[in-house]
Design a protein around this ligand. Structure first.
Ligand SMILES: [Zn+2]
Length: 88
């Protein structure tokens, strides 16, 4: 009998594998524009980060998102992520 597998994604900060619902997806589209993807359906290259401040801070410091997406992440994106975590 096959078990149903929950898709896991890796957080760029802590390298932990978590169900997609517990992570935030940051997407870089073809034009190189960054978006925070709450639907998980945006096209482009995506990187995941845990929905908490620890990982956000860590990602900022170790530039995990920069590496994963091969692009400089502007503070604006971190601010947005921060606000999202705050307001949750
Ligand atoms: Zn994490």
């Amino acid at each position: 009998m096959k078990k149903k597998r929950i898709p896991l994604r890796k957080c760029v900060a802590c390298n932990g594998n978590k169900p997609k619902g517990q992570l935030i997806r940051v997407v870089k589209n073809k034009e190189g524009y960054l978006n925070i993807d709450l639907t998980g359906k945006m096209n482009g290259r995506g990187a995941y980060i845990c929905f908490n401040k620890e990982c956000l801070e860590k990602a900022k410091k170790n530039k995990g998102l920069n590496r994963a997406l091969k692009i400089e992440i502007p503070d604006e994106i971190y601010d947005k992520l921060n606000d999202m975590i705050d307001s949750n």
